[in-house]
Design a protein around this ligand. Structure first.
Ligand code: HMH
Length: 197
């Protein structure tokens, strides 16, 4: 199983992207004031970029991979609705500009539009797998963040990630380079929310 091997063979990069100080701050309630809202606004931009990437991948994917990609695209649209609701509730300005790590991650997704489908699908699996693992490491989260941690660690999300793994494994190949690029982009994204990017 290529996706299982990709996790096993790069423990350091997975660890850096999932045991990040930002996530430990969410877990323990020690996150600097404002860091979470900064992160939310940037993630709303990111999800919009990811939807663009995913819609293109859906369009060029083989038939067998389309259902999981289409369901994931719907989930991203729902995530954008949820961000809009959060913006109202938390007083966020979702029109604030992208910070450099957000732009850089968006450029990585753009480059992946030009990768072959097995590589791009494996990259998408890595995007979602690392995100699930990251929030799982922060669970259950300090009281003020518990709702968010729960949102990103649901059984439905875990099942989606497994579905992406199955679809990527069916196409074959390892694609270490794109996975490592995703993991680096994730670390930079968490760094950014702490003001380190
Ligand atoms: C930074 N990585 C980041 N944000 C997300 N929302 C996901 C992955 C998964 O959707």
């Amino acid at each position: 199983m290529p996706t299982a091997d990709l996790r096993r063979d790069h423990p350091g990069p997975w660890e850096r992207a999932t045991r990040h100080p930002f996530l430990l701050g969410v877990r323990d309630g020690t996150l600097a004031p404002g860091a979470f809202d900064t992160w939310l606004v940037q993630d709303a931009h990111y999800v919009a970029d990811l939807l663009t990437f995913q819609a293109r991948l859906l369009a060029r994917a083989p038939r067998a991979a389309q259902a999981v990609l289409a369901a994931g695209a719907v989930a991203l649209v729902e995530e954008l609705d949820w961000f809009a609701e959060l913006a109202g509730r938390r007083g966020l300005d979702l029109t604030a500009p992208r910070l450099p790590a957000t732009t850089a991650y968006g450029e990585l997704l753009r480059r992946l539009d030009g990768a072959d489908v097995p590589a791009a699908l494996t990259a998408l699996w890595a995007v979602e797998r690392v995100y699930l693992d990251a929030w799982t490491a922060a669970a259950p989260g300090a009281r003020e963040y518990a709702e968010y941690v729960a949102h990103w660690t649901t059984p439905g999300f875990a099942a989606y990630v497994d579905g992406l793994a199955a679809a990527a494994d069916a196409l074959g190949g390892r694609h270490d380079d794109v996975v490592l690029a995703v993991l680096d982009a994730e670390v930079a994204f968490w760094d950014m929310a702490l003001g380190d990017g």
